[in-house]
Design a protein around this ligand. Structure first.
Ligand code: FAD
Ligand code: DLZ
Ligand code: SF4
Length: 520
């Protein structure tokens, strides 16, 4: 019998590194490499993840291990319920070192500060060389982002995005942007109407591996938020590709037009619902952008949609990651307004009579997904208006969304949505009254509250809360030129009207306090 080859390199592959082209595996010899994949309690409990998020990640990990084995790799896979599981990445690497005695460890850099610190400690802790390799699934490296950001007084996403277009050549005609314009946002704010032929994402019924994971999650995390019913997310790279094909064919053509729209009962509209797969590594961002561009070049999708889609990925997604790493581990504690209110209990139950909130929350608790405008202008906006603690809001988003990892959730939530950083990502807070929600959705027509009223019984809570937010934070916001108009409107209101608005908001906030069910 030939002796099995010695393990030269141990490659830990983390749960959001499920990509065959991972930097830590590139040019490596499968005969002398052991891949280590670890389901660990630390990762499953650092927040109270939505049950569906847990099921998706663990099932995708198990399927990825199978795919790697089929490609000829040796995978040492530790399951959550293995009796000797130590519960942490570091503990499992320590155990794997005794099993395989590798000469070195190679690992692709982690996606968040917490885990990055663990990886940094391994070389000293274990006395084995550890190569931490860049995560080049992202287009901009940390150095690229810093080079763009250094010396700038404001970090405007639009300019970062244009650089990324030039760099990738996406939607470029020579040195010019396709269609001679960089930005089609003005065309992309149409409200939607119900449409029987609305695109639908594909559904993937659980296979044996997923069914096992669903059982494990149901048994071990019964009190986590969300539901496992009718779990139908893709869990393999092939399924994720099929979902991407479906999006390109059916939804991309209207993606731009209805990017900001919301409709009762319509959970997907023309969105891609590909973020879980992108963030876990089952899909490649640049590949998706190139495919979207090919749809435009072939005349199958209009430029406003394709540009809007490419902007989300090489613009917003890369920009958020750049901000996360640039701002450092303390970014999470910023609280520009000094807000302290706890999130109301209905964020975990959906039990509210505000129809817009109920739609966004029910959908989120059911599927662990909501689209951007629901996250920003409904649940995020409400949290901002009531003065919720941005750290708590961050925790809620991180636990509840299937695509949430700190590098992307934190800047979107604490930064963009809660203005916790005082305006690093946006020149004014994303605060809006019911009027915005009414313009972009059919929610208000189905709500028990009256969106046209600010005060009195039955008035839409967002209205008084919006003006109260401006009033309450006047010292911090009045100097903001982009808020000059709303402050002029507030100033022009009769004193009695202003007082009634403040009282209406205070009544709503008091009712939250009296409910006594706040989270965290
Ligand atoms: P689409 O609407 O189809 O957009 C296409 C792709 O663009 C997405 O798949 C996503 O990869 C990317 N994208 C779009 N906007 C953003 C953005 N602002 N930041 C990063 N990528 C973006 N996105 C996450 O991936 N993880 C999160 O934890 C997350 N948290 C958010 C929290 C808040 C408060 C807000 C306002 C937004 C958050 N987003 C997050 C961004 C956005 O809501 C989701 O990327 C999007 O809803 C995912 O659904 P989709 O794939 O259908 O997106
Ligand atoms: C989010 C998550 C969860 C819930 N569980 C695991 C796990 O058991 N094992 C694992 O390798 N990864 C998991 N992840 C993803 C990690 O938290 C993610 O890889 C790190 O946040 C990367 O920085
Ligand atoms: Fe939401 Fe107000 Fe509209 Fe009701 S009336 S759906 S609470 S914005």
């Amino acid at each position: 019998m030939p002796t099995p080859p010695a393990c030269d390199t141990l490659v830990p592959v983390l749960g959001d590194q499920l990509s065959p082209e991972l930097s830590s595996l590139r040019d490596r010899d499968p005969a002398t490499t052991v891949i280590l994949m670890m389901e660990v309690v630390d990762e499953t409990t650092y927040v109270r993840h939505h049950k569906r998020k847990l099921a998706f990640i663990l099932s995708a990990m198990r399927h990825h291990a199978e795919a790697l084995r089929a490609d000829g790799w040796t995978v040492d896979y530790v399951r959550l319920d293995d009796p000797d599981n130590s519960g942490s990445f570091t503990g499992e690497v320590a155990r794997a070192l005794t099993r395989h005695a590798p000469a070195r460890i190679a690992v692709t850099e982690a996606g968040e500060w917490r885990v990055a610190a663990m990886l940094e400690a391994w070389e000293t802790l274990f006395g084995v060389p550890v190569a931490i390799l860049p995560d080049d699934r992202f287009i901009a490296s940390h150095a690229d982002f810093d080079e763009w950001a250094n010396g700038k007084s404001t970090l405007v996403m639009e300019f970062f995005y244009r650089d990324m277009r030039r760099r990738t050549g996406l939607l470029m005609d020579g040195k010019k942007p396709a269609g001679d314009r960089w930005n089609f946002d003005k065309e992309n704010r149409k409200p939607a109407v119900a449409d029987l032929f609305m695109p639908r994402p594909l559904a993937f019924p659980p296979d044996a591996i997923t069914r096992d994971v669903l059982g494990l999650i149901a048994a071990r995390f019964p009190d986590n938020p969300g539901s496992l019913d009718r779990f139908d997310y893709a869990v393999t790279a092939e399924q994720a590709q099929a979902q991407a094909d479906n999006f390109m064919r059916q939804a991309l053509p209207k993606f731009g037009d209805y990017e900001d729209a919301m409709l009762t009962g319509e959970r997907h509209l023309w969105h891609s619902i590909l973020s879980p797969y992108l963030n876990a590594g089952l899909l490649d961002p640049l590949d998706l952008c190139r495919r979207a561009e090919a749809e435009y070049r072939a005349g199958r999708a209009p430029l406003n949609s394709v540009e809007g889609y490419v902007r989300q990925i090489i613009g917003w997604r890369e920009y958020m990651r750049g901000i996360y790493w640039r701002e450092g581990p303390d970014y999470v504690h910023r609280n520009f307004f000094g807000n302290t209110r706890k999130l109301p209990g209905f964020y975990w139950t959906g039990e509210t009579d505000m129809h817009c909130m109920k739609e966004a929350l029910d959908q989120t608790l059911d599927t662990a997904h909501a689209h951007h405008i629901q996250r920003l202008m409904v649940t995020g906006n409400y949290a901002l208006l009531i003065g919720a603690d941005p750290f708590d809001v961050h925790l809620w988003y991180l636990e509840i969304y299937i695509d949430a990892y700190e590098w992307v959730s934190l800047p979107n939530t604490l930064g963009m949505s809660q203005f916790g950083d005082g305006g690093l990502l946006g020149s004014k807070p994303y605060a809006g009254s019911g009027k915005y929600i009414d313009r972009m959705s059919d929610y208000c027509r189905r709500c028990r509250y009256d969106v046209s009223r600010r005060t009195g019984e039955g008035a839409c809570p967002f209205n008084a809360l919006y003006w109260d937010f401006l009033d309450r934070n006047e010292d911090k916001l009045r100097g903001n030129r982009r808020l000059a108009m709303p402050y002029r409107t507030w100033d022009r209101m009769a004193p009695a009207e202003r007082a009634a608005t403040r009282a209406q908001a205070a009544g709503h906030l008091q009712s939250l306090d009296e409910a006594g069910d706040a989270g965290y």
